[in-house]
Design a binder for this molecule. Structure first.
Ligand SMILES: NC(=O)c1ccc[n+]([C@@H]2O[C@H](COP(=O)([O-])OP(=O)(O)OC[C@H]3O[C@@H](n4cnc5c(N)ncnc54)[C@H](OP(=O)(O)O)[C@@H]3O)[C@@H](O)[C@H]2O)c1
Length: 275
């Protein structure tokens, strides 16, 4: 059997998200010689190599060794990195941006003509290999590049393809999404305390309920309405709670909140679109 050569992956900026991706790829079966990263701080680079066994390199060296160049710096740090990358990104490389809000057009303007760029919006559950990533092709990226990124991000969670115009909506839904669930859990723990349950017990009750509900949603394939109706008996306890949620406009508040997040993402992206 001929062995298929897997692409070497370089991560530029191994902070929280970059490290989570490297660690996920290692646990998913990639070997340390298929991975490389760059970091601004030498001390952090040494620590990452000690923790994971993955070598660090400078930008030029990493860009030369890798087939897939994953950019994972903060959006405000992108310009100096692109200055360093532009002269060293050769033909045949695929650039993958994990940077929230940065359009593929920004990379295409700054990198050599024709370099394929795929934009990814991941989320923090990547830290536990449960990321939701939405990927979009730039002007020079084809189905084969999307397939490569699907395979890569698939190691640390689920992946969907969306047109780039929907990335602001994705940012509002799944990018910020975990924060809404944390907020909800926090509020429910407060309710437990109000009802006289010790904080630690309330936390266990709610977190496990969240895990159970999420597992039913993810594995069962039933619509959330069906699942909720199944626990909402006539004149029972759940319908009393649902009535209060509706009376307080929680559904409308969530819709407005997510729309506000989408608008903010658009605003932040617009700043990078000029120039
Ligand atoms: N965290 C999230 O929830 C999340 C979710 C979706 C997308 N993202 C995106 O993921 C990207 C990274 O986020 P993060 O939370 O992982 O940020 P982070 O922890 O600050 O990681 C970025 C890392 O890149 C390093 N760096 C900056 N410029 C560099 C350069 N020129 N060369 C090499 N290394 C460089 C930084 O070093 P210093 O510490 O020295 O600055 C830092 O270690 C962002 O663009 C963000 O929009 C994050």
């Amino acid at each position: 059997m001929t062995e298929v050569k897997r692409p070497v992956v370089a991560v530029f900026g191994a902070g929280k998200i970059g490290e989570a991706l490297l660690s996920g790829l290692l646990h998913g079966g990639r070997s340390t010689d298929e991975l490389v990263f760059t970091e601004r701080s030498a001390a952090r680079a040494a620590q990452l190599t000690a923790d994971h066994g993955i070598p660090s390199a400078d930008v030029a060296d990493a860009a030369e060794r890798a087939d897939v160049l994953v950019v994972a710096v903060k959006p405000q740090d992108i310009e100096p990195l692109l200055d360093e990358l532009a002269p060293v990104v050769g033909p045949g490389k695929l650039v993958v941006s994990l940077c929230a809000g940065l359009p593929t057009a920004l990379f295409e303007r700054r990198l050599p003509e024709g370099v394929p760029v795929v934009r990814v919006m991941p989320n923090t559950p990547m830290l536990v290999n449960e990321a939701m990533s939405a990927i979009s092709a730039g002007a020079h990226a084809g189905p084969e590049h999307l397939a490569t990124v699907e395979e890569l991000m698939g190691v640390v969670g689920k992946v969907v393809r969306v047109p780039e115009a929907q990335q602001d909506a994705v940012t509002a839904l799944s990018g910020s999404g975990p924060a809404y669930f944390f907020y909800l859990v926090e509020a429910m723990i407060d309710a437990g305390i109000l009802l006289g349950i010790p904080r630690a017990v309330a936390q266990d009750l709610i977190v496990q309920s969240a895990v159970g509900a999420a597992t039913m949603l993810a594995q069962g394939g039933d619509h959330p309405v069906t699942l909720r109706e199944a626990v909402t008996s006539p004149a029972g306890t759940t319908i009393m709670a649902i009535r209060e949620l509706e009376r307080h406009g929680v559904r409308a508040a969530l819709i407005d909140a997510i729309e506000a997040a989408r608008d903010r993402s658009r605003e932040l992206g617009a700043a990078h679109d000029q120039g």
